[in-house]
Design a protein around this ligand. Structure first.
Ligand SMILES: Nc1ncnc2c1ncn2[C@@H]1O[C@H](COP(=O)(O)OP(=O)(O)OP(=O)(O)O)[C@@H](O)[C@H]1O
Ligand SMILES: [Mg+2]
Length: 261
């Protein structure tokens, strides 16, 4: 049975798509079979982020409504075996009914270990779809106050729907906690009342590489090891299994500052 994981936040631009793509890639690198789904039908970007826009001939709706086989629709990555992408339609002419579409997505998940659902920032029909079929959620937040509030509200909404969630702090920069008085890690956990899944540092190299469709892989990216750690923690699950320290191997993050409230 695939674990279906919703990646979300009410706040736009916090890195949901970046996190979805890179986490999916690290899960695949860890030997898992992963289906990455773009449920942002207004402005899907996973094909751009993964550098596969020229190879995406069909989209998630073609697969879900049975117009094409999954194999025709899912983009594969020769350099990352195990990773499959179902992109968002450029224009969606299908009527999307949340419960029905969620069931259609579930029917595509057979044989996968993980299904990662990237969602839009605002509440939308596709977020309702994702909520209907997700087993668990990752709430993404950066450490600016508006984003923390967004994460707090998102986590509350998910809990109300009975979906367990964990917090992923993205674009973390320990210096700005003391210099710009950005919210520290402990306060974010406190405010969102959500257990921490991982911390991804602010990675300038990733921001530029992403514009060229390159994922965070290798030593050139300080976020690469952090995504890897986060994928391992996701694999380990909520309890038991192999627990990976949150910041181990993440260059540029000093423990003392990170813990600044
Ligand atoms: N860890 C990071 N370090 C540096 N830049 C990052 C990081 N994560 C994301 N970004 C950058 O932040 C911007 C927004 O990222 P992304 O598109 O993934 O956000 P989003 O939450 O999916 O946005 P939207 O709400 O529009 O869907 C991009 O330019 C991306 O390169
Ligand atoms: Mg996005």
């Amino acid at each position: 049975m695939a674990r279906i994981i919703l990646v979300t936040s009410f706040k736009g631009g916090v890195g949901k798509s970046t996190v979805s793509a890179n986490l999916a890639a690290k899960l695949a690198r860890a030997g898992k079979k992963v289906l990455l789904c773009d449920l942002d039908f207004d402005l899907g970007t996973l094909d751009l982020i993964t550098g596969s826009e020229d190879r995406m001939l069909f989209d998630i709706c073609d697969a879900a409504f049975g117009r094409r086989e999954l194999d025709d629709c899912a983009v594969t990555f020769p350099s990352i075996p195990g990773l499959y992408l179902l992109g968002a339609p450029f224009r969606c002419d299908d009527e999307i009914v949340p419960e029905d579409f969620a069931e259609r997505i579930r029917s595509l998940c057979g044989g996968f270990d993980f299904v990662i659902l990237d969602t839009p920032g605002a509440d939308s029909v596709t977020l309702a779809v994702a909520r209907s079929c997700a087993d668990e959620a990752v709430v993404v937040a950066t450490h600016n106050p508006a984003s923390v509030r967004g994460a707090e509200k998102t986590a509350q909404m998910l809990r109300d729907k009975g979906i367990g969630c964990r917090l992923l702090i993205n674009c973390f920069d320990a210096r700005s906690v003391s210099e710009d008085k950005r919210t520290g890690m402990l306060s974010m956990i406190d405010a969102t009342k959500t257990p921490l899944l991982g911390v991804i540092p602010y990675d300038r190299a990733l921001m530029f590489a992403q514009e060229k469709g390159v994922l965070a892989e290798g030593d050139a990216f300080i976020s690469s090891k952090a995504f890897e750690n986060t994928a391992q923690r996701l694999i380990a699950g909520r309890s038991g299994g192999r627990q990976v320290p949150i910041l181990s191997g993440v260059r540029g993050v000093r423990r003392k500052k990170v813990l600044t409230k």
